[in-house]
Ligand binder design. Structure first.
Ligand SMILES: Cc1cc2nc3c(=O)[nH]c(=O)nc-3n(C[C@H](O)[C@H](O)[C@H](O)COP(=O)(O)OP(=O)(O)OC[C@H]3O[C@@H](n4cnc5c(N)ncnc54)[C@H](O)[C@@H]3O)c2cc1C
Length: 379
């Protein structure tokens, strides 16, 4: 909680005007051209593409900071498939995106969940959050990713008593575990990758899984095997954590190995990494066409939903051949903004210009321009 707050404050200080704070003070309706629900990488990049078209954006996110999955789930993990970045930490990608959109002065309503939507007679929308903040927009772009983050919790009776007292479902900052004893449970990529990563940070790492087989990437499984052989990871399989030991904080976990009596493993932290259950949340009741927990869109054109004026981009949408990748979200955001422009200005003709040619004119008065070509005189 404290780390999330610190991160939010850094964003506020460094980069943005948090319009919602002003609005809450003045009890005004926030108005914007494009209201973006979800401040993950897709939502953030939408601000840039909209800005090139002189459209203003406001973002709502249920989390207290921008970045979506990148900042909430894996800020310290390197991503290798962002074009032109051979390697970039997910947290740094968020910072770069925030830097890139700063000139377009996006507004943010953070820590609030978009709850209801009302289409107005003139085709515009009013979106209200769970805290009652109202937003009026010509266009709504849902970039809600996996939806509200709900970690899958193991069925351990007293686990809720130890949440944030040694039980964490998401690793936000690996440094938090420096020189601490850590028990991780789970059999997927997150459990494997974090076990590997924490061997360099924690004083001990124990990985517990109810099967002998893991569902993660082969090279991660091989790496864990290597670290186990080197005595850097203790593996207990097939086994399950059945109880938490401690009074006001975790001091151990009770582990049952198949066919054996329970044993107590001493630990400072117990981190069950069983994934996040994707929940669209209130958006699922907005009358949008939903398929397998995702919003159906017209990918042959502009990623519009079945309700004209509402688009769905990034991980939250589905169409034939959909890939849940950051670069696909960027592409979808770009095409969506072009369509939104045509919807807002049906009579205007927009001619796309390369940024190298047209430059980038911010709403804050800044202008970035490529230097004019120097033509050398030939004698
Ligand atoms: C461990 C891991 C590793 C990954 N590695 C890669 C990789 O190497 N390369 C790659 O391309 N992709 C990777 N991904 C996938 C990538 O993170 C996603 O494709 C990307 O985050 C999708 O961006 P998004 O903006 O569409 O959604 P998200 O990042 O999910 O952001 C959506 C945001 O919407 C908010 N939200 C949802 N509903 C509401 C609501 N009703 N009101 C307010 N806010 C709401 C959420 O709080 C969230 O912040 C990885 C994912 C994980 C979990």
């Amino acid at each position: 909680m404290l780390q999330s707050l610190t991160r939010s404050l850094t964003y506020i200080k460094d980069l943005i005007r948090i319009q919602s704070y002003e609005v809450l003070k003045n009890k005004k309706m926030i108005t914007t051209d494009i209201l973006i629900i979800g401040a993950g990488p897709t939502g953030l990049f939408t601000v840039f593409e909209a800005g090139l078209l002189k459209l203003r954006c406001h973002l709502i996110d249920a989390l207290p900071q921008a970045g979506g999955q990148c900042s909430e789930i894996y800020p310290k993990k390197p991503i290798y498939d962002i074009p032109a970045y051979p390697e970039i930490l997910a947290g740094d990608l968020t910072h770069k995106l925030m830097e890139q959109i700063k000139q377009f002065e996006p507004g943010f309503t953070l820590g609030e969940r978009a709850e209801t939507i009302d289409k107005q007679e003139d085709g515009t929308f009013i979106v209200t959050t769970n805290k009652g903040t109202e937003h009026h927009a010509k266009i709504v772009a849902i970039a809600g990713g996996l939806g509200s983050f709900e970690p899958r919790k193991p069925p351990i009776p007293n686990i809720a008593d130890f949440e944030d007292k040694g039980v964490e479902y998401i690793i936000r900052d690996p440094e938090f575990y420096r020189n601490k004893k850590v028990v991780i449970s789970g059999g997927g990529d997150s459990a494997l990758d974090w076990s590997i990563f924490l061997t360099d940070v924690a004083s001990s790492v124990t990985l517990i899984h109810r099967r002998n087989e893991f569902r993660g990437a082969l090279d991660s499984v091989d790496k864990v095997q290597e670290l186990k052989d080197a005595g850097k990871i203790t593996m207990i399989t097939p086994a399950e954590v059945k109880g938490i030991v401690g009074t006001d904080k975790v001091t151990g976990v009770s582990v049952v190995k198949k066919g054996e009596e329970p044993v107590t493993i001493n630990t400072d932290h117990f981190i069950p990494l069983f994934g996040l259950s994707p929940k669209l949340g209130p958006i699922a009741n907005w009358g949008l066409e939903i398929e397998k927990n995702a919003i159906k869109v017209d990918n042959s054109l502009d990623y519009q939903t079945n309700i004209p004026g509402i688009y769905a981009i990034g991980d939250v949408n589905t169409y034939p051949g959909k890939l849940k990748l950051i670069l696909c979200g960027f592409h979808e955001a770009t095409l969506m903004c072009q369509s939104a422009y045509k919807r807002i200005f049906p009579d205007k003709k927009y001619v796309m210009k390369y940024t190298t040619v047209g430059g980038v004119e911010g709403f804050d008065g800044t202008k970035k321009e490529a230097p004019k070509a120097v033509v050398k005189k030939i004698e």
